[in-house]
Structures are given as C-alpha cells and as structure tokens.
Design a protein around this ligand. Structure first.
Ligand code: HEM
Length: 504
C-alpha cells in the first residue's frame, strides 16, 4: 500500500527507494523501536499546551491534584505545556520514590528560567547532582550548623529580636502590619549569619532588599511563560525582565558583601557563614586540587544567595502563618503561653535547650506547617535513569514533584484536615508523636531541605520568644484573612494584628 502511494509520486527510482526506506524505518521505529512506558495516569492533555488551561484556572494546582487523586490515584502525570511532570500525592509514594529509590530520583530538573537566577545553575538549589553540588551542600551545612545552631542561634536571635521587639513595644497595642516585623526578624537573623550585620527597620537598603525578595518570590511562584514557550526565551516577557532586574539588586548586595569578606578575611577571626565558605575554599586549594578547580568563587556567592533565597521566605511565611493561626485560635495561643510560663521562670530568657520540654509549642509549629505548607508543591526533581514507581514506569530525565499540600491534607491520614488542631502531633503522654511521611514540609531523601535541622529549632525559638513577650490578637472590629495569596506558592495574605506586651 505504502509502495503504491509512493509510486504515484513522480520521483526518480533512487529517490523513491530512499523515501520508502526512510518511511519504513521511521514507522518501524515508532511501532517496535521506541520504548513504551507504562506512565502514571492523569487528565487529558492536548499536545504542546498540556494541562496549562487547568493549571492557569483559579484553583491552584496543588488543590486540583488533590481532587484528581480520587480518579487517578496518588501518582498523577500532568503536562506543564509540553513538559511531562509526575506528581507524588501521598506519603507512601514519596517514601518509595525519594527514600527507597533516593539515588534514582535525586536529580534536579533544570527549568530554563532558573538559569539566570543561579549563575547557570552554580548554586545548591538548582544544580543537578555533581561534585560541585555535593561539596557546596556539605560545606553550607557545616557553616549553618556553626553559625545558626545552639548558642550561636541564641546569641544571633536575641540580638536581632531585641530590635524587633523594641519596635513592637513602641507600637503600644496599635494594629501593626505583622509581615513587616517578621521580615525584620528573619532577614536580620540570616543577614547576621551570612554577613555578621543587621539592619534597622527603616533602613533604605533593607527595605529595597525585602521589597525585591517579595516581588521575586511572588513572580517566581506564578511561573514563567518562557519555560513552556521556548521561542520567548529570545524575547523575554516584561515580567521576566523585571524580575531579573530585582534579582540583580540582591545579587549585587551579596557579591559586594562577599568581596568585602574576601578582602578582610583572617583565619583567626572567622565571624560568619561567608568567612566559613572562603575558609573552605582556601583549605581545598591546599588539600583538594580537584574540588578547588571545580568550585569557584561564583559557586560560593551562589551558596550565600541560596541562604537568602531558600531560607528567608520559607521561614518568615511559616512564622507569619503561625501567628495568624494563633490570633484566630486564642485558646491555643494561651496553651502555648501556659507551657512557656511553666518551663521558664519570670524574667528568665527562653533557650533552645528547653525545646524538648515544650512539646505543645513544637506541635503548634508542626500543625501550622501542615495546614499552611509554604512550599505547597516541591522543587522539581529529575529521574537519573529509567525507574519504576509502583506499577508505573518513568523514563530517565522526567520531572517529578511532591505535592506537599496533598500529603498534608490527605483525608485518609488526617481527620478533619482543614481544622487547626496541634494535639494531632502529640501522643497520649503529651509528647511529640513519631514523624509520619504524610507530614513532609522539608521533603525527603538526598535533595531534602538543607536547612531543615536549622530551620526547625530557629522557628521554635522565634515563636517561643514572641509568645513569651506578647499576646497577638485581632484588631477590634476586624477579621483575619487566612486565604493564601494567589500564586503557586502559599504566602500569607496581608493582615493587621495587635501585639500586647505580656508581664511575666
Ligand atoms: C520553613 C522553612 C523551610 C521549608 C518549609 C523548606 C522547604 C524546602 C523544600 C520543600 C525544599 C525542596 C527539597 C527537594 O527538592 O526535594 C528545600 C530545599 C532547600 N532548602 Fe529549604 N525550607 C525551609 C528553610 C530553609 C532554610 C532556613 C534554609 C537555609 C538557611 C534552606 C535551604 C534549602 C536549600 C539550600 C535547599 C536545596 C537543597 C538541594 O537542592 O540540595 N531551607 N527546602
């Protein structure tokens, strides 16, 4: 039949033979040669456009997926334009993929738009598995432990929080924009860790940096058309250009601080995380020529930017959500304060070593992160080889993402998932119950959050400090809005609250 059709076309015999050969070859490849995968199911997606219509609808993707789970099960394939993405929507499937098959699922899918934000993927967050990533992750972890845990965390936080609390006291019970104060606290804490310095609340540079971070995170959260329509990369959208400009402000700030640190570096007087990275590079120059040649100063600057990019927004949004949830649940706020008052004597400062004696305070943070996961959909992983997941087959190079929101709102695991109930994290003795895979705000496996072991005590101490000194309530005649800002993220909306000083 194919031969007959080709014979109708007036071509030379050689061309006809060639055409016949190529056509038969292509058809044979598609029928027998191209490997067929048993992919996870998902909603119908037209070629190229994929599920972009549904994704751009009013309902956020993390909620759509939770709904689609009823039809397709916990592993769902969606198409972000032409990009195939496997989403994981239950603790069990995340456990199989990211924990049991950690090596296979640990790649980072490098989204095009993230290249300019990471000096071509030279950072930790967007780098694929590589010797430079491995080194940066190790040294950044050591540096964070040195400057943001134990007594270093306490010292740093007491210094930054005293500024912030003084400002709160000056407001004297007036309604305040709570975001502004939490920003000051978290930004200054990480600024102290990275550069051993802190800002005043009305410092011009601080305001510009916070405004830039806000607008970058908001727009990155909404995604970029350039990622799904490749021709746009040559002629980027105004939104993309605007964000690159904002990012330039933060990059310049970090690069200038880094240069100052290099100039003033002294081995006997290492003051912060940046000194620690510079020291590591000097050690590598002496002891490990291979790492020294792979890891450049550009990588180190990106590692510092990672701390601001991955550490500031996540922490400040989690603390803000927790305060808002406590304002709307004053009886739970009172229980936290009672626990704090029982553990600490009058006038005694809160300490990180008392964390284990404050299980209810910890449970409140867990419940806040469960109900309001500030990373509702995780960063994209990439399969490093063909791999199975349950009965499904996933090709090498496929994008894979956790839907943290679906895990945290799984009705099979959590009774009344929409209800704020910290007790669900406590056992019969009032102690913190063992962790479940359905509570996973920091992800799991080889790419889990580098800052988890730092962020959890950090946020615990911040919350304890705030609630020991203040009671937060809703301003008279107003209500608290708990609808997350509309983006792919889960940012707390703008709210005013009153901070009343406690006497203890
Ligand atoms: C509430 C606080 C935080 C939450 C909920 C959070 C959540 C996450 C999540 C979901 C990921 C993606 C993991 C994956 O790809 O599977 C991640 C990655 C990461 N986080 Fe966090 N994070 C928090 C705080 C921090 C802090 C304070 C730091 C540093 C100071 C930090 C540094 C990082 C880095 C560097 C990565 C990339 C790890 C890699 O790709 O190897 N995070 N985080």
């Amino acid at each position: 039949m194919l031969e007959e059709i080709i014979n109708q076309i007036p071509l030379s015999l050689t061309t006809q033979a060639l055409l016949l050969g190529v056509t038969v070859g292509v058809v044979t490849y598609y029928i027998f040669g191209k490997k067929k995968y048993k992919l996870p199911p998902g909603p119908w997606a037209p070629p190229l456009l994929g599920n972009i219509g549904a994704i751009m609808s009013k309902t956020p993707l993390y909620k759509l997926l939770l709904d689609w789970r009823k039809d397709y099960g916990p592993v769902i394939t969606v198409y972000l334009g032409p990009l195939r993405c496997i989403t994981l929507n239950s603790g069990d499937v995340v456990n199989e993929a990211y924990v049991k098959k950690a090596a296979e699922f640990a790649g980072r899918f490098q989204i095009w738009s993230m290249g300019p934000f990471s000096d071509d993927y030279r950072n930790i967050v967007f780098s694929d598995i590589s010797p430079a990533w491995k080194y940066l992750r190790k040294i950044a972890h050591q540096g964070l432990r040195q400057y943001l845990s134990g007594s270093a965390l306490e010292e740093n936080l007491f210094e930054t929080s005293s500024k912030m609390m003084q400002k709160l006291r000056e407001e004297n019970g007036k309604p305040i924009d709570i975001h502004k104060y939490i920003n000051l606290l978290v930004f200054n804490l990480l600024n102290g860790v990275c550069f051993n310095k802190s800002f005043e609340i009305d410092d011009e540079l601080f305001l510009v940096l916070v405004e830039s971070l806000n607008s970058i995170n908001d727009d990155i959260g909404k995604g970029f058309l350039e990622d799904i329509i490749p021709p746009l990369r040559k002629y980027p959208t105004a939104k993309f250009k605007k964000i690159i400009k904002k990012f330039g402000v933060i990059q310049t700030f970090v690069a200038e601080e880094f240069a100052k640190h290099q100039e003033l570096y002294s081995e006997g007087n290492m003051k912060d995380f940046t000194d620690f990275l510079i020291h590591g590079k000097k050690q590598a120059a002496l002891e490990d020529p291979e790492i020294n040649s792979i890891v450049t100063e550009r990588h180190l600057i990106q590692a510092v930017l990672d701390i601001f990019g991955a550490g500031v927004d996540t922490t400040r949004q989690t603390i803000t959500w927790t305060i808002l949830l406590l304002v709307t649940h004053p009886e739970i706020q009172k229980k936290v304060q009672d626990e704090l008052d029982e553990v600490f004597d009058a006038g005694q400062p809160v300490t990180i070593s008392s964390r284990e004696r404050l299980p209810y305070t910890e449970a409140v943070l867990h419940e806040s992160m469960r109900i309001c996961p500030v990373v509702p959909i995780g960063l994209p992983h990439k399969t490093r080889c063909d791999v199975t997941l349950g009965d499904y087959e996933i090709p090498e190079g496929t994008m894979v993402m956790i839907n943290h929101f679906a895990l945290h709102h799984d009705p099979d695991v959590w009774k009344d998932p929409e209800v704020f109930r910290p007790e669900r994290f406590l056992d019969g003795d009032g102690k913190l119950a063992p962790k479940t895979m359905s509570w996973l705000p920091f992800s799991a496996g080889r790419r889990n959050c580098l800052g988890e072991t730092i962020a959890r005590p950090e946020m615990h101490l911040m919350l304890a400090l705030l609630l020991r000194n203040f009671t937060f309530r809703c301003p008279e005649g107003q209500t608290i809005n708990l609808m997350p800002s509309p983006s792919l993220g889960f940012a707390p909306p703008m709210n005013y609250v009153v901070a009343e000083e406690r006497t203890n």
